[in-house]
Design a protein around this ligand. Structure first.
Ligand code: ADP
Ligand code: MG
Ligand code: MG
Length: 880
């Protein structure tokens, strides 16, 4: 049996999307429900795939099906394609399964040739219309099928206009268009060596082929890559009889959304142009009128159209994006699809559709793309503003900011305290720059990745950051940076967009984040269905407070090293590191103890009654010291000045920096290794945590403490440290004269920890996946290097579909996680397991965490709403 490659609009329906493409399936559906749709047929996506299988040939079988369908259409319409007296004209429209607006090509007015154009002119008694239609057809066909550059046609029109001394297309008369047509035909012959085809059937087949081919044009490929649409779906082709919006002043064409796609407002939103065809509305040839004005121009048509909008919305139960054409006072619908919308609109529309009884809460939850919510949670550049970026770096911390360029953190502090807005621009930042970051509106660095100091600190503070913007060349000496020819000086205003990585000269209009009532409503519904708990990563009481406001149910990761980096503490931390003996070190640590204790009290208090996971010190110690190059410069300066005391101190520090320097700090002395070599550091931290807990408990505040040991790869590492923690705890409880309950667990961030999770679980009350490090160690990528230099190529070449640092790699990293969950729970069935890597706020990763049975995800405060929604979507899609 042969395959059915062609379906009449009478045969299809909306459910046949994968075969007929979105456009074809919806055209058939609209025919089915009795809407005024110009008739036609659809050549299927399978036909497109077959075309590629047959080395880009239309098979005999397909050919005869196409001609049969054409024959039926001609009979239905009582006209023949391209007939000389009264030609049937058609459009040939691409239509993929997933809509790819404007990416592939459509040809209008097919069937016209040097003879039939005369028939059209006579039949419509409108010569100008006929020749205008013909020249449009030649132009589209010449460009799409015969691959003649668009400009070639434009310049021919211009030359004729010039000769006639006219400026507008609308001033061209039939004769002018005839002249254009002759020039077009000559030019096509000259450029391609082939005649413009006069046989309508040949025109049709060539156009269908061209649409098949356009599936693989550059635009379409890029669009699919960006939107993660598979390459092997193919496109369908719709052949549809033409209706004309360019027949005069009682004709027109337009596009409309059934609700406002930008705000979600429940009001038809769109534009139309009288006496125009096809893409004229979007092409910007003339300025279109807003759809409301149609009420004045053609009241009956307006009413009919508004009714159809309502009907289509009801029928599809979603906001629709509709194309229409009016021909001599008669309305035709040419397309409907679910309309693309902003996050804000998605939320509003979903909630209102529930209130209108069109969808249920679960559908509403699924209708809001969780990943897009981020744009609602930060100050951002007004999407209506026209901005031009001079450079692009990594989108390291979302949100946008404008301010005066400052290169020096001290200066940033001074100017900032005077009330000026500043953007701190550095090659990269270190803990020494922190005061500059605190005061700045945002941070721009020319080096460093998504986990660079600047990026991490900025994200923690909820400040915009663009990192690794290699295009900007900073000259601290001159107080300027350059991008190509552009020079930006200290004091100039720039704007950065940490959600896109863009750097813009000057101030740009911004809009504030809006947590609308509808947004809160969707999140409330999400909370009702999700099973995953959502916690936040927060290091300060302020962050914890923000996290609570966004709905966090605890803290999944409190990083203590950020407390070490604050400017008032760094000197003590450095003193601790510089210590030669244990005693000296303990002395410094004892100064840190009350400070840390205060930090923890603050956080525990905010999170009253909710669990807080505190991670003991993780990063290598050298991160708290200045870098060697800077020290060398300072030393030589001091030498020149002859200040011997300071000089000695700096030389000591340099010695220490060198002693601590590692070939590969990521795999060096960090995490629990640090705790095993210098137990006094962890002991101090545990004391601070538990004293804080005791203090609050005494005051009647409920504290749930989880002490977390980082970077464990061997059970004995954890066992040893667990004993130290327990001993310390007993001492604290004896001193305080009270006891609090606490848990000890570990971050799972090394493959060996996953592989031996059944052993590690013996010493752990909980696991928390540190998927940033787990991804680094599983792939053997150092994130900061891979993100800038390797991963973009991998994604480009489709070796990886996403950066594994953004979207959790289910196959590799995910398998290790799954194994760790199973092994861990084999030993302890009630083992609490979560994830605290940045993946915890990324929708696809959250889904995976749900699927493998984690108890919680933890992410930065601003992503908590995203995680809540994503967790609900996972619960709906994958009931455990
Ligand atoms: P895209 O997918 O890029 O929107 P379409 O196939 O929808 O491309 O067509 C492009 C333009 O041509 C649209 O404005 C559409 O309404 C118009 N058009 C397509 N087919 C016809 C037709 N048969 N009659 C009148 N206008 C048409
Ligand atoms: Mg369209
Ligand atoms: Mg880690």
């Amino acid at each position: 049996m042969t395959k059915k490659y062609v379906y009449s609009f009478h045969e299809g329906n909306a459910g046949m999307r994968s075969l007929l493409g979105g456009k074809g399936a919806n055209l058939a559906e609209m025919v089915k429900i009795g809407l005024p749709v110009p008739m036609g047929f659809t050549v299927t996506t399978e036909a497109c795939l077959n075309y590629y299988d047959e080395d880009e040939k239309i098979s005999e079988d397909m050919l005869s099906q196409i001609f049969q369908a054409l024959d039926n259409l001609e009979r239905e319409m009582g006209k023949k394609l391209g007939n000389n007296e009264d030609p049937l004209l058609v459009s040939v429209r691409s239509g993929a399964v997933i809509s790819m607006p404007g990416m592939m090509d459509t040809i209008l007015n097919l069937g016209l040739n040097d003879e039939s154009v005369k028939g059209l002119a006579a039949k419509t008694e409108n010569e100008r219309f006929a020749y205008d239609s013909y020249r449009r057809f030649i132009q589209m066909f010449g460009n799409v099928v015969m691959e003649v550059e668009h400009d070639v046609f434009e310049s021919i029109i211009d030359s004729v206009k010039q000769k006639k001394k006219i400026t507008q297309d609308t001033e061209m008369d039939a004769e002018d268009w005839q002249e254009v047509i002759n020039l077009y035909e000559d030019k096509i012959k000259e450029v391609t060596g082939r005649e413009f085809p006069q046989d309508p059937k040949e025109q049709l087949l060539m156009s269908i082929e061209a649409v098949f081919k356009s599936w693989n044009n550059q635009r379409a490929k890029v669009y699919r890559r960006i939107n993660k649409i598979p390459d092997d779906l193919g496109t369908a082709v719709n052949v549809q009889i033409m209706v004309f919006g360019n027949k005069g002043d009682d004709s027109g064409t337009g596009v409309a959304f059934t609700r406002n796609p930008s705000t979600g407002e429940n009001k038809v939103y769109g534009e139309f142009l009288m006496n125009a065809q096809g893409e004229d509305v979007v092409a910007g040839i003339r300025t279109p009128q807003s759809i409301e004005q149609l009420k004045d121009v053609m009241p009956d048509i307006y009413k009919q159209f508004i009714d159809i909008c309502a009907l289509l919305e009801k029928h599809y139960r979603d906001m629709q994006d509709i194309e229409f054409t009016i021909e001599n006072g008669k309305l035709f619908i040419l397309q409907t699809r679910s309309g693309k919308r902003t996050a804000q609109a998605a939320v509003k529309i979903a909630v209102e559709l529930v209130n209108e009884g069109l969808i249920n809460k679960e559908e509403a939850i699924l209708r809001v793309p969780a990943g897009q919510l981020e744009t609602l949670l930060h100050r951002r550049i007004d999407p209506n503003a026209k901005v031009e970026a001079i450079a692009k770096g990594l989108p390291a911390s979302p949100g946008a900011a404008s301010g005066h360029v400052v290169f020096d953190p001290d200066e940033a502090e001074t100017i900032g305290n005077e009330g000026q807005k500043v953007v701190l621009v550095r090659t990269e930042t270190t803990p020494d720059d922190i005061h500059g970051i605190v005061i700045a509106q945002g941070v721009l660095t020319s080096r460093g990745g998504m986990t660079s100091h600047a990026a991490v600190v900025a994200r923690g503070m909820g400040k915009p950051c663009v990192s690794g913007c290699e295009a900007i060349k900073i000259d601290y000496e001159k107080g300027e940076f350059q991008v190509g020819e552009i020079v930006v000086k200290k004091g100039d205003i720039i704007s950065i967009d940490g959600s896109t990585g863009e750097v813009i000269v000057g101030e740009v209009p911004m809009i504030d984040p809006e947590l609308s009532d509808e947004f809160n409503q969707v999140l409330k519904w999400a909370d009702e269905v999700r099973t995953l708990k959502v916690r936040a990563n927060a290091d300060t009481p302020h962050d914890a407070q923000v996290a609570l406001e966004f709905g966090a149910e605890g803290i999944g990761l409190c990083r203590t090293e950020h407390m070490f980096m604050a400017p008032d503490r760094l000197p003590i931390v450095q003193q601790m590191i510089m210590s030669e003996t244990k005693e000296e070190r303990e002395k410094a640590l004892s100064k840190l103890l009350p400070i840390q204790q205060e930090d923890f009290e603050g956080i525990f208090k905010v999170m009253e009654g909710l669990p807080v996971t505190v991670r003991l010190l993780d990063p290598p110690l050298h991160e708290f010291l200045p870098n060697a190059e800077d020290l060398i410069v300072e030393i030589s300066e001091l030498k020149a000045k002859g200040c011997s005391k300071e000089l000695e101190a700096k030389q000591e520090m340099l010695k220490k920096v060198r002693a601590l320097s590692e070939m590969n700090p990521m795999l060096g002395l960090r995490g629990c290794r640090l705790g095993l070599l210098y137990p006094e550091i962890y002991i101090m931290q545990v004391k601070a945590i538990l004293k804080a807990a005791c203090n609050l408990t005494k005051r009647g505040i409920k504290v749930i403490t989880e002490i977390e040991i980082p970077l464990v790869g061997h059970e004995l590492e954890l066992k040893t440290l667990r004993e130290i923690v327990e001993e310390t705890a007993d001492k604290v409880f004896a001193e305080e004269g009270t006891k609090v309950h606490y848990f000890i667990g570990t971050m799972i961030e090394l493959p060996r920890a996953c592989l031996t999770a059944e052993e590690i679980a013996n010493s752990a009350d909980f696991f928390s996946f540190g998927t940033n490090d787990l991804t680094q160690t599983t792939f053997g990528f150092s994130r900061d290097d891979a993100e800038g230099k390797i991963l973009p190529h991998y994604v480009e070449q489709r070796i990886l579909s996403d950066s594994p640092f953004i979207v959790l790699d289910r196959k590799g990293v995910g398998s290790l996680m799954k194994m760790a969950v199973e092994k861990g729970r084999d030993v302890k069935s009630d083992l609490l397991i979560g994830i605290c890597g940045e993946h915890g706020g990324e929708p696809s990763s959250v889904e995976f965490c749900h699927m493998i049975g984690l108890d919680f995800v933890s992410c930065s405060p601003f992503r908590v709403p995203i995680a809540r929604l994503a967790a609900a979507q996972a619960a709906i899609n994958f009931a455990r």
